[in-house]
Each structure stands twice: as structure tokens, then as C-alpha cells.
Design a protein around this ligand. Sequence first.
Ligand code: GLA
Length: 383
Amino acid sequence: MIKKITTLYKEKFEGEPSVFRSPGRINILGEHTDYNEGFVLPAAIDKNIYVAITKRSDDQINLYAGDFNENYSTDTSNIKPAPIQWPNYILGVADQLQKQGHTITGFNLIIDGDIPIGAGLSSSAAVECAVIYALNEIFELGLTRMQMVALAQKAEHVFAGVNCGIMDQFASMFGKKDHAIKLDCRSLHYEYVPINLTGYKIVLLNTNVKHNLAASAYNTRREQCETGVSIIQQNHPAVKSLRDVNMEMLKDYVEAVDPLVFRRCKYVVQENERLLDACEHLKKADIKALGAKMYQTHSGLRYDYDVSCKELDFLVDYVKQNADVAGARMVGGGFGGCTINLVKESAVENLVAAISEAYTQAMNLPLTAYQVSAENGTASCTI
Ligand code: GLA
């Protein structure tokens, strides 16, 4: 990929570029908990977005996306959302830098990568993190990783219109080889937990669908959680987020008033509890217990949080009958993308063959499988 993007750069622009990369992520447990100030357990993976870049002396911003074979140009005095989507993950970052008082000149930038798009593996956060890291380096802005994470998240809110939590950008920037990150999304305290799967592999199964309502439904879920909090606050003013809420409070104050909001909040409260247990299972390499938690999470996302879809449910239901699969669930925001599966190493090949055939027969869609490992976060690449 590094060679490919450098060659592409030289075809499109002049000069010797600097190259940076930022990975996609999986999440072992803790879905839709980040914007509720809960816990998450993601890991950066061995699939990346790459950026090749040089700065310019004028104010031109020239972008080229290898994936789409498309270019887009603007200038630093006129950064606003583009009519096509991919430049917005880059321009949103430049816009945030300017809003925070940083001065940048123009730049030439090529973007490419091997993170499947729309697969729930956070290719957009990886773009934002690769770009902020690249701009921080070439313009010597002196931002810390934590500052870059916050800025990349803000870029997603403003230019992509998704009111996301901090998990994706954090995982991409702070990933560590062979480790998951247990992140407290309230304090931003984090701990690396070794991924010791004792004979199991992490297999992602990509439904190859991304239903349209994903972004709007995401924002609605977030609002429903906030509604739950505001109902409880009338009796418990100290409650700031679902992090401070327990099942008793939900039953006492929310269930009768708003049954839908109750179900959404119930899922989040239960998921936070599950995550703390799951971290202990992972630390003890108790893969069966961890897998059982993953199945429970999927049920919660399917029936209470209502962000799954028939393609994801098909894949989870299918593997549930297989004793070689310890656990599975949808990963990321939902409405398509991948399931994450813990599969016995010796069974991976047969499972992938069988489920691919069954999926295609049932859904009339191809299934794509990836075995992934946990890798380091955003970095410069040596050419
Ligand atoms: C998306 C968001 C994250 C997180 C997940 C769900 O990936 O970007 O912040 O909320 O959905 O866990």
C-alpha cells in the first residue's frame, strides 16, 4: 500500500510525499456506550487508510481518492462541505484546525486504503485520524494524540453530520499491537488489555450491506438516550448520563412514561455491566464466557436498541449453532457492516465456506470474510 500510494502520488502531483497511516477498528464489546459516557473495548486492526501528502506554498487544497479515482480541489480560505462525501472527512479536519486557530497553507493529498467502506470498521474515523496526524506533522502544529482524537471526532460531527462518540477515533489513534483498549469514555482513562484468545481467531463477516438510515438512526438513538437521562434527572438531578443510571431508576421513572426510550436505555445500562465482566473474561482468556457476552450484546442490539438488520441477524443466528464459535455479534453503529466472531482456529476455513454459501443463498448477496489482528494506531510510514 505504501508503495502504491507513493507511486500514485507521483502520477498525480509533484515532489516527494510523506506517508501516514491510520487503522480501522473492531470492538469486542461496548456498543453504543461511548456517547453515554460508558465503557468500550475496541482494538485497532491490520487494515489502514493511507495518506500521501506535501504542503504547498499557496492556499490550494488538492485531493485525490485512489478508491474512487476522483479528485477534488478547494482552497484554505473556502473550506466548506463538498457535494460528494469522501472529501468531507478530510476537509472537516482542516476546517476544525482553522476553527481552533491553527494556520495552514494548501496541500496536495492522496488518500487510499484497504479498510472496507461501510463495513462498520470505521474507515471514516481512520481517514480523519490519518489526515489530522499528517497535517499535525507537516505543519508542525504540536497537537497531542488526545487533542487529535477530539478534533477528528468534531470533524465527523460537523462535516459528516454523525453525532458520533469518541470510540472510533480513539481506537484508530491509540491502538496497540495484540491489545484491546478498555476506555472509560467519561474520564478518558484507558487500559490496554492483552488479546489472548487461546486457539481462537477473530473473524469478521461482512454482510456487504449498509442500509441508508444508518446516520439518521444513529443520531436518533443518541437523542433517545438523552431523553431517558432527562426524565430521570427530574428525580435524580445528579445524574449526568446513562453512566449514572441503573435498572431500578429506569424501571421507576422511564418504563411507564416512555417504553421505547426505556428499551434503548436498558440496553445501554446492561451493556456497560456486560463490558466490565467481559474485560475480566478477556484478561483470564475465558473465551467461552466472553463469547456468551457477545451473543447477549447482539440480542440487546437487535431487540432493544434496534440497530441490527436481517443480514446481520442471519449471520449471528447461523454461527450460534456451531460449537466452534464462542461468540458473535454485529460490530459498530449497525444497520449493516460486519459481525465479529470468535472462531476456533481449526474451524475457520470450513465455517467461512459454509456460511458464505448459506448467506448468498438466503440474501442473494456475497459474503466477505476477514481474519484480523490487533495492531498499532496512527503512525508515519517509512517510504
Ligand atoms: C459508530 C460511532 C461510535 C460508536 C459506535 C457504536 O461507530 O462512530 O462512536 O458509537 O458507532 O458503538
